[in-house]
Design a protein around this ligand. Structure first.
Ligand SMILES: C[S@@+](CC[C@H](N)C(=O)[O-])C[C@H]1O[C@@H](n2cnc3c(N)ncnc32)[C@H](O)[C@@H]1O
Length: 436
């Protein structure tokens, strides 16, 4: 059977001009570069039709968990990991097997408790707190934090932490127009009249509604029985270059993911975007392995991501360039500016290649893979990520079956970042690991 039918090779089929922001609880936090749930479901439907025996799926760069919730629509066992603790938290909320259907009422109760708390003490250890939060905002966020801590159910607290994270994003002094931390001008800050408690209530109501709609859809598809999702769901904190100790000797039928476009500092600063919200969240509620040291500096999460600090498993330049002629040609022809362009490019791909070894090991023989990638720019030249990925995957015993193109209509991209400014489409690689 054909993996992708003829009408599905049409670019418009994947581009989706209209989309539902509440689909599968997509909007509970504005995570950068999220995939579109309906696109992932269409891909899954095609693959599962061709190969109905697929039972498990793994996303090695799970982000907000879009691929995993898409897999849940089909009743799959879903697994993922990410280096960013905020991504782990959001994904754990969205993929929980058991949830609490009164969550909407609980949001209201927490907001009421916070509103009746008269304490002025501030529950946040953040250097330069006054730079990032107005004093009255810190007081209200602290009242919410105390009220959330009083909830006894862990999933409920996680859901409330995500709602608080989105509240922090919108009430801090950080500009929302960029993912990099960048404080608003003093006159702008002085004009803003903010009530985090009211905002929490509003965001929480929308989050609860979209989440309950997602669970209702899973029930309609018979994916929830006696209140529990039928498959396994597991999301861990962890670096994909070192995942072998995370999922034990498990291996997966399908890999579905969208990796970072390049090193975080010059593409999407997932870490900086998560830095302020994470300061208001109890780390022990995220995951026992979530490391508070990731908040050591504003850059720490991005440094730990692909292309950040030198990593033991990273591939050396020689090995990397021997594995991808396209990358070698591109690196050899890079313009001199930016001066560190080549170094950054090769450090990112050295890390990416190392993560592909782990990913290929985690895939069963004959497993399918679906990779959504963006071709970013360096020095005004577009990096052919799709072809480089193809060559690196071939090195790992994988075969690219098809490459689809989709136009990006809605994804929040790093528009203001010159290195990525022209990224308006992405490629979807359909891959198969060859039986060896
Ligand atoms: C493009 S985003 C994934 C977005 C996701 N598909 C969604 O819909 O939300 C890439 C993710 O890779 C994560 N990441 C970067 N380096 C990583 C590494 N070495 N191991 C695991 N995750 C990593 C980033 O934190 C980010 O969440």
């Amino acid at each position: 059977m054909k993996l992708i039918k003829d009408h599905e090779t049409d670019e418009d089929f994947w581009s989706l001009k209209d989309r539902d922001r509440r689909d599968s609880a997509h909007c509970i936090f504005q995570y950068p570069a999220m995939m579109v749930p309906l696109v992932q479901r269409r891909l899954l439907a095609s693959i599962l039709e061709a190969k109905p025996s697929i039972r498990s799926m793994y996303d090695p760069f799970v982000g907000s968990g879009t691929s995993l919730v898409s897999g849940m629509h089909f009743g799959l066992d879903v697994y993922g990991n990410d280096v960013n603790p905020l991504a782990v938290l959001i994904s754990r909320v969205r993929t929980a097997r058991c949830t609490e259907f009164t969550i909407g009422a609980i949001v209201g109760q927490v907001a009421r408790e916070a509103a009746s708390d008269r304490r002025e003490s501030i529950e946040c250890e953040l250097m330069n707190r006054e730079k990032w939060f107005q004093a009255s905002v810190s007081v209200e966020l602290s009242r919410l934090r105390r009220a959330i801590r009083r909830q006894s159910n862990l999933w409920v607290r996680r859901f409330l932490w995500v709602t608080l994270a989105e509240t922090v994003r919108l009430t801090s002094n950080d500009r929302t127009s960029t993912y990099k931390l960048h404080a608003r001008a003093a006159e702008d800050i002085a004009k803003r009249i903010l009530s985090p408690i009211s905002m929490f209530l509003e965001i929480g109501a929308v989050n609860a509604e979209s989440f309950l709609e997602f669970r209702a859809e899973l029930r309609r598809r018979s994916r929830v029985k006696s209140g529990k999702y039928v498959g396994v769901t597991e999301v861990n904190s962890g670096d994909t270059r070192e995942i072998s100790d995370k999922f034990g000797d498990k291996s997966f039928d399908l890999i579905m993911t969208s990796p970072p476009y390049g090193d975080n500092l010059t593409t999407v600063t997932y870490g900086q975007h998560s830095y302020l919200p994470l300061h208001w969240i109890d780390f022990q509620d995220i995951d026992s392995a979530a490391d508070r040291e990731t908040l050591r500096t504003t850059h720490e999460i991005d440094r730990r991501s692909l292309g950040g600090i030198l990593h033991d498993n990273s591939w050396a330049e020689e090995r990397l360039l021997a594995s991808s002629v396209t990358l070698r040609d591109f690196a050899d022809n890079l313009p001199c500016s930016p001066a560190d362009g080549r170094k950054r490019l090769l450090r990112f791909y050295g890390d990416f290649a190392a993560s592909l070894v782990s990913i290929a090991n985690a895939a069963k023989a004959n497993a399918y893979m679906v990779w959504t990638v963006g071709n970013r720019n360096i020095g005004g030249k577009q990096v052919p990520t799709d072809i480089v990925l193809q060559e690196l995957l071939e090195e790992q015993g994988c075969l690219v079956l098809k490459i689809l193109t989709r136009t990006i209509h809605h994804k929040r991209m790093p528009d203001r970042n010159a290195s990525s400014a022209t990224m308006r489409e992405e490629r979807i690689l359909l891959v198969r690991k060859i039986d060896q």
